[in-house]
Design a protein around this ligand. Sequence first.
Ligand SMILES: CC(C)(COP(=O)(O)OP(=O)(O)OC[C@H]1O[C@@H](n2cnc3c(N)ncnc32)[C@H](O)[C@@H]1OP(=O)(O)O)[C@@H](O)C(=O)NCCC(=O)NCCS
Length: 204
Amino acid sequence: MTPRRMTPPPLRLETLSGAALQARLPALSHLRIAVFAEWPYLYDGDAAHEARYIAAYAADPDAAVVVAFDGEAPVGMATCQPMLASHGPVPAAFRARGLDPARFCYFGESVLLPAYRGRGAGVGFFAAREAHARRLGLPAAAFCAVQRDPNDPRRPAGYVPLDGFWRRRGYVHHPDLTCVFAWKEHGDERETPHRLAFWLKDPR
Ligand SMILES: CC(C)(COP(=O)(O)OP(=O)(O)OC[C@H]1O[C@@H](n2cnc3c(N)ncnc32)[C@H](O)[C@@H]1OP(=O)(O)O)[C@@H](O)C(=O)NCCC(=O)NCCS
């Protein structure tokens, strides 16, 4: 008899805010550091900074973090909040292009431990965040992704960019709508600026 491959069960997704989110700060900080250490972010994260970053979502009643659980262990997370409440460079980039940031829900990031990818959590993160945007009455959604030189020698062989995944979720790339965030990459002494380009889903 040929053994059948077991399909792993879907991960449980919960949309957290406020105190429920605050209670998960250490685990979620470690998740972001682990996933963003990889290409294309190469982020040398700091747990205290990460905890402050997620605490700001917990303090915003209109923000939400969708957490993917394997049992009781968080294995992924995705953030969203009204763009007007997000980091200054994000709404500023939209205003500079004549776009009204008040219409947008901003999706800060989605991260999932590699062992759990390809099981629908990323699709679920978008569905849950778009549902949150609708609850807030925000008609449009946006996120940004770092722009890297395709010939960067640090790019792992066989790396598949997420562009196709995002297009299939209905998002449109706007390579000329960008902002700059600074972070320290592994091996660097200090933070350096990194340009990120936006993807929009705007029904207008
Ligand atoms: C972005 C990220 C969270 C996506 O996670 P993921 O869980 O692998 O994504 P999914 O499994 O939902 O989707 C991947 C593919 O599997 C498919 N899939 C597999 N099983 C599925 C299921 N049970 N239900 C729905 N879709 C499923 C999806 O449809 C999708 O294929 P498609 O684009 O052709 O439709 C993950 O790749 C990641 O953490 N990347 C590193 C961090 C990063 O760069 N984040 C983005 C910038 S912040």
